[in-house]
Design a protein around this ligand. Sequence first.
Ligand SMILES: [Cu+2]
Length: 387
Amino acid sequence: MNRRTFLTLAALSGTTATAGLAAGCGSDAEPHPAPPPLDLSTPLRIPPLLNPATEPDGLRRFELITFAGQSELLPGKPTTTWGFNGAYLGPTLRAGRGDRIAMTVRNTLPEATTVHWHGMRLPAAMDGGPHQLIAAGGHWSPSWTVDQPAATTWYHPHPHGTTSRHVYRGLAGLFLIDDDQDTRLPTAYGTDDIPLILQDKKLTERGGLDGDPMSGPFGILGDRILVNGTYNPRFTVTTARVRLRLLNASNARMYHLAFADRRTFHQVATDGGLLPAPVAATTLDLTPGERAEILVGFAPGDNVVLRTLDNGLDIAKGDLDLIRFVAAERLSPAPELPAALPAPEPIVPPAGAKVRHFTLSGRDSINGRPMDMQRIDEVVPAGAVEI
Ligand SMILES: [Cu+2]
């Protein structure tokens, strides 16, 4: 079972709502008008980079603090949201393979949460799952050595039964892992290496988060898209090619991404890290929790919208515009598209590898049994390769 499955299960698992978050956030009684057409004109917010230097003791110290704060998800309409080191989302953490990480997470929220490093290879005790609650007012200090190839990973709460509410409120951020090898991919954060955290929301007329992310069999589908917490966003392109690091941090929505002019782009990475070579594509599917990296070429003066298409196959209906890219009249040159990438070795199951079957049913059952914090159903040895 992979982490995406765990996340989806957490999002689908039902428990009694926590006081203060019972309605997700806003109230369903408030008017919920259809969103007006977008002009995609608001400068895209880029989450600040947290990239601390290595200290003399060899550690890189990161500090995250959960806050309840005020955000303007809709302009001029402040509303209460949650975030790390700010009111909504969290900083982008960046570390290299082999780095020794000393993390401190302080929780100033009125309820317990956890911080799970989604996509990070680390000891179970550092993983921030439901068993590693950080009490209201408490803190948690996991530490580990980064031991995996370059990848786009992310972090978010994982408390049992309230994961979806905590993420919907705004608790999520990226954690970029660099490897030593020069891949000739863009790496100038915020300039040609751009994070795009995709989230759909239901918002009230007063700008509050509406609806219950635990509602319905699949979770909530919003009719407004935030990219890095920015509604109606635009990004100004200054280089001839950009690397987009896409994260689907939505509760239930699948994205079927395409540019309005159907231009070809190249996918260079998935959840697991770099691909062996760039793959040309015109559409890209992204499920909740999933990441992908793409390279997109631009000509001077280009003006193109990235949208999600209605493919007629899943619960989200209708096309939605996500973000507009406007290329400057003069673009800095970009490195050539690499012919090959330093992808990790393929995972090959050994002959006779153990095969496990998991059947998901109802809101919270796996193989017919609901999640129970006190029970362990499956034990996989560290380092094992199974099917
Ligand atoms: Cu996750």
